[in-house]
Design a protein around this ligand. Structure first.
Ligand code: NDP
Length: 338
């Protein structure tokens, strides 16, 4: 396992066994960019993250149907950082929804076939206005495409110089190992990282299912939804507040989870621990994710700059997490963790 390295207060960790270092906190754009945050807000939040030492920004073709990549690309142009110093990702699987027309998208939606992947990367590069992406992910597994076809396509994209590293998102341990073995057999670029959901109420996959993969293949993790979409901030204890993710019409599928009484009760108890550490419950929950050394980077989400500011400060809480506090936190939440 790689040692943490530090610059200012940010911590950088190796992305699994690769030589690439990513900031322990990174910034993602799902739900927020375009839907909740406009171009100037995106630039402001990316600059704020950058100033705190964040070097990794996560995106996907499907986020706001390509608009999230467009906004990030615009901000990157305006911010004009040195390309050597930042890491950008995108992810492919669902494809773009046709705008207006009724043309068939038979081969470019819900797939990891070669035809789709080889053109999807070009679309992302155009929208992000970049010559190459640092990380590309297969956003979900595709049971209908042979894994050899997908592994070869990801390898070829890297060989073409359009991306540097590839990985998976929400693949099972067996699927990841199968892809890795194809790459090993044919001397291809191997999957380096996985992007799984990981937070106090969702632990099984990262802690148990993938356990062998860290040592066997050097898997790195870029973990998502560290606050369970906001549940772990305590904002849903009294119901769904206006202007929150839970109130968004197209996010209604989250409501049952966000309003879960027992989980909200556990969050209220976590607030007491947070209080004793002089931090917010969101910061406590983020620090808990970051304290797992298997996690290369915790991808933060924020719909407002103030949230990002608060969340980035969770780095200071990490230093206060001793084994007794971790035991207490896990004691309150373990029975809900799937
Ligand atoms: P979180 O679980 O941290 O949820 C973020 C949301 O919670 C914010 O947008 C905001 O929503 C609310 N929130 C955050 N901080 C605070 C705070 N301090 N106080 C109050 N409310 C707060 O992360 P996301 O679900 O956004 O995921 C993070 C990133 O992970 C995504 O942007 C994306 O890049 C990646 N991801 C990847 C997936 C994959 O399949 N690979 C799937 C999902 C995400 P609001 O203000 O609207 O209530």
């Amino acid at each position: 396992m790689s040692a943490d390295s530090k610059s200012n207060s940010m911590i950088y960790r190796h992305l699994g066994r690769s030589g690439l270092q990513v900031s322990l906190f990174s910034l993602g754009s799902w739900v927020t960019f375009h839907n909740q945050v406009d171009a100037s807000g995106v630039r402001e939040m990316m600059a704020m993250a950058w100033d705190a030492g964040v070097n990794f920004f996560d995106n996907a073709e499907v986020y706001a149907n390509g608009e999230s990549e467009l906004l990030m690309g615009k901000a990157l142009k305006e911010l004009a950082w040195n390309r050597l110093d930042f890491v950008i990702s995108s992810k492919f699987f669902w494809g773009l929804k046709p705008v207006g027309g009724k043309q068939s998208r038979t081969n470019s939606q819900n797939t990891l076939n070669r035809k789709y992947l080889m053109q999807a990367i070009d679309g992302s590069l155009q929208r992000l206005k970049l010559d190459y992406l640092d990380l590309i992910f297969c956003h979900r597994a595709d049971p209908h495409t042979p894994v050899e076809e997908t592994v070869w396509a990801m390898h070829n994209i890297i060989e073409q110089g359009k991306a540097l590293y590839w990985g998976t998102s929400e693949w099972s341990a067996d699927e990841i190992r199968a892809a890795w073995e194809v790459a090993e057999r044919h001397h291809l670029h191997k999957p380096v990282m996985e992007q799984p959901q990981y937070h106090l109420f969702h632990r099984q996959r990262v802690e148990k299912e993938y356990a062998r993969l860290y040592k066997d293949i050097g898997l790195g993790l870029t973990t998502w939804s560290p606050l369970a979409s906001g549940l772990l901030t305590g904002k849903y204890i009294e119901g769904i507040p206006d202007g929150s993710r839970g109130a968004m019409q197209n996010m209604s599928f989250l409501q049952e989870e966000l309003l879960d009484q027992q989980k909200n009760h556990a969050v209220a108890q976590l607030q007491e621990i947070a209080h004793s550490l002089d931090c917010s419950v969101a910061q406590l929950a983020l620090a808990w994710v970051a304290h797992n050394p298997r996690v290369s980077t915790v991808i933060l989400g924020a719909s407002r700059p103030e949230q990002l500011q608060e969340n980035l400060a969770a780095l200071d809480v990490l230093k206060k997490l001793n084994p007794e506090t971790v035991d207490k936190i896990e004691g309150l939440t373990a029975k809900f963790a799937d």
